[in-house]
Design a binder for this molecule. Structure first.
Ligand code: SF4
Length: 262
């Protein structure tokens, strides 16, 4: 990659309106003194809002119609699928749920299955004993407390066994269309690499992303970031200097980027 392409980017003077494409000679002239280097890096490095705007634009171009990856037909089957996806891939969940939903695709039928039967079916998803117990338990609560329906508030969802804030956020967003920004370890990792959060923890990352992006974009962005992560950015596969978004947001990044864990 030539120097001129490394320093192509959007400057502070007008994000989205000016595109710098400096020649190597100009770049070297700028870097001839420390002062000039500081000036250069200030003017040719995006700030957080610019990085957010660029990232959203690029993700929209790459994934204009991000589909919900977990197969489901209603809020209940989505809730069960999201619960099963903890520490498991969506592909594996989608391979497993047809057998489970053939026996029980609603709280009434699910609560009639023994925990052992559920556990045997969902074993490929991992953590089967605790997930089976949670599925049986939450199905009973849905019947006893919510008239057999999945509730549409964070409070009620997070009171169900096996349902944490991330699972509740996915259900609120994808089943009920409520603006949410579920942050899993992948989104936590990418948001750090793109300089959208300092990555203190997933709660802080969720707050930071919600502050940076408009509410109506949250649900789509959550899916788009997941798709980008899967296609380009694996957990260990990159040091933050390789692909388009990182290179555009951080044209001066030279050292490997080190993530903070969730
Ligand atoms: S450069 Fe690396 S860390 Fe950055 S988004 Fe691309 S793959 Fe991920």
């Amino acid at each position: 990659m030539g120097v001129s392409s490394q320093i192509s980017g959007f400057g502070r003077a007008g994000f989205g309106t000016r595109h710098y494409n400096l020649k190597p000679e100009t770049f070297n002239t700028y870097l001839n003194s420390t002062f000039n280097a500081l000036v250069f890096f200030y003017f040719f490095t995006m700030n957080k809002l610019e990085r957010a705007a660029y990232t959203a634009k690029r993700l929209e171009e790459l994934y204009p119609q991000p589909a919900i990856p977990l197969h489901h037909k209603d809020p209940f089957t989505l809730l069960i699928s999201v619960l099963l996806s903890a520490q498991c891939t969506d592909v594996r969940v989608n391979q497993t749920t047809p057998a489970l939903f053939a026996l029980a695709d609603n709280p009434m039928d699910m609560s009639r299955l023994s925990v052992q039967t559920i556990e045997d079916i969902i074993r490929p998803c991992g953590l089967a004993p605790s997930k089976a117990k949670a599925i049986a338990g939450l199905s009973k609560i849905l019947l006893d407390t919510h008239g057999g329906r999945v509730p549409s508030t964070f409070e009620d969802l997070e009171a169900l066994p096996g349902v944490g804030h991330k699972t509740a956020s996915v259900v609120m967003a994808q089943a009920f269309g409520f603006p949410a920004f579920p942050v899993d370890t992948h989104i936590h990792r990418l948001a750090q690499r793109w300089g959208l959060t300092n990555g203190k923890n997933v709660q802080q990352t969720e707050k930071d992303l919600k502050r940076l992006f408009p509410k109506e974009a949250w649900n789509r962005l959550h899916l788009q970031i997941i798709y980008y992560g899967r296609e380009f950015c694996s957990a260990r596969g990159c040091d933050g200097t390789v692909c388009e978004i990182c290179r555009t947001c951080y044209p001066n990044r030279r050292k490997p980027f080190v993530n903070r864990k969730a």
